[in-house]
Design a binder for this molecule. Structure first.
Ligand SMILES: *[C@@H]1O[C@H](CO)[C@@H](O)[C@H](O)[C@H]1NC(C)=O
Ligand SMILES: *[C@@H]1O[C@H](CO)[C@@H](O)[C@H](O)[C@H]1NC(C)=O
Ligand SMILES: *[C@@H]1O[C@H](CO)[C@@H](O)[C@H](O)[C@H]1NC(C)=O
Ligand SMILES: *[C@@H]1O[C@H](CO)[C@@H](O)[C@H](O)[C@H]1NC(C)=O
Ligand SMILES: *[C@@H]1O[C@H](CO)[C@@H](O)[C@H](O)[C@H]1NC(C)=O
Ligand SMILES: *[C@@H]1O[C@H](CO)[C@@H](O)[C@H](O)[C@H]1NC(C)=O
Ligand SMILES: *[C@@H]1O[C@H](CO)[C@@H](O)[C@H](O)[C@H]1NC(C)=O
Ligand SMILES: *[C@@H]1O[C@H](CO)[C@@H](O)[C@H](O)[C@H]1NC(C)=O
Ligand SMILES: *[C@@H]1O[C@H](CO)[C@@H](O)[C@H](O)[C@H]1NC(C)=O
Ligand SMILES: *[C@@H]1O[C@H](CO)[C@@H](O)[C@H](O)[C@H]1NC(C)=O
Ligand SMILES: *[C@@H]1O[C@H](CO)[C@@H](O)[C@H](O)[C@H]1NC(C)=O
Length: 199
């Protein structure tokens, strides 16, 4: 599966980057969110999925779309239920959280300050398209308002969103049924995961 490939690739990558990680205490996506008190669900998801090697990484130049705990609680995808299930080691729930995270991650830095007005399409780590829009209303991702744009986290950047973006379930999903409900209005509406991200 795509997620497994991504996951295994980053385990491999984290071995390569181990020295860099140990030698630096620069801000990372993970440490930035950890320092913000209302992003605990995202931080816990990074830990439960063992993806801290990506998100606690000062080397990668990524973009992460972060939503606070209230947004998680409000999500019709029952993301907090999936988090509870993941804490009980329910495999489908852990996969769901991993997919939620990587669908909110782009492998380049996308800063609204550098975008032209209008819509710019980017592709998330899981292969899903995401529309970044900049207009007179403000900045948004998939129509989801950006509350704080372009917050630096080391080489990476975090876009703080108002709502939780939930990707559609993969075509051959085994995700936890309660969490695999179809996309909420603020979520990515279309497209299937396509390719492995890391060669
Ligand atoms: C780590 O953080 C401390 C305190 O903020 C700072 O004094 C030190 O220079 C930092 N070390 C590195 C390697 O960035
Ligand atoms: C995150 O990175 C910092 C700095 O390298 C390290 O001290 C800390 O233990 C890491 N945390 C996790 C959960 O990996
Ligand atoms: C995360 O790593 C721990 C320790 O290596 C392991 O026990 C756990 O099963 C891993 N979780 C996942 C989701 O891979
Ligand atoms: C990230 O960006 C920095 C500064 O622009 C650059 O030096 C570094 O090589 C980039 N890292 C990766 C992994 O692309
Ligand atoms: C969360 O949902 C409640 C009840 O539907 C609503 O009052 C509140 O404004 C929502 N909060 C956010 C941040 O969307
Ligand atoms: C949310 O998910 C949890 C854990 O899977 C489940 O126990 C709960 O019933 C779900 N709640 C709703 C409203 O679907
Ligand atoms: C989940 O798995 C981890 C690592 O294998 C273990 O330490 C923990 O006790 C397990 N939690 C539950 C609730 O089974
Ligand atoms: C970044 O992601 C895009 C879309 O998933 C992919 O085509 C590209 O190869 C990736 N680049 C790197 C350096 O991983
Ligand atoms: C992105 O916006 C274009 C129009 O600008 C639209 O055709 C497309 O469906 C949108 N894609 C997503 C993933 O929302
Ligand atoms: C700006 O873009 C958002 C998201 O696509 C849209 O909801 C809003 O109506 C747009 N505003 C204007 C003035 O076009
Ligand atoms: C979470 O974000 C929403 C939307 O911006 C905001 O209304 C709410 O106050 C935030 N919640 C917390 C606990 O900061």
């Amino acid at each position: 599966m795509t997620f497994t490939k991504i996951y295994l690739s980053f385990i491999w990558l984290s071995v390569l980057l181990g020295v860099t990680l140990a030698a630096s205490n620069a801000t990372t996506i993970y440490s930035l969110l950890q320092s913000q008190k209302d992003y605990t669900f995202t931080v816990q998801s990074m830990e439960l999925t063992n993806l801290t090697s990506i998100y606690n990484n000062t080397f990668l130049n990524y973009t992460f779309l972060a939503s606070n705990d209230t947004a998680w609680e409000n999500s019709s995808a029952n993301a907090t239920g999936a988090l509870s299930a993941a804490k009980q080691n329910v495999t489908g729930a852990i996969d769901f959280l991993g997919r939620l995270l990587v669908a909110s991650t782009v492998n380049t830095t996308v800063e609204f300050s550098s975008l032209s007005s209008g819509t710019t399409g980017v592709v998330s780590l899981i292969g899903l398209p995401l529309n970044f829009t900049k207009n007179s209303t403000g900045d948004s991702v998939e129509g989801d308002p950006v509350i704080s744009p372009d917050v630096a986290a080391g080489n990476s950047v975090v876009q703080f969103l108002e709502f939780l973006l939930v990707p559609p379930a993969p075509p051959t999903t085994t995700a936890v049924p309660t969490a695999a409900a179809s996309a909420v209005p603020t979520s990515v509406a279309t497209a299937a995961p396509t390719s492995a991200i890391i060669p």
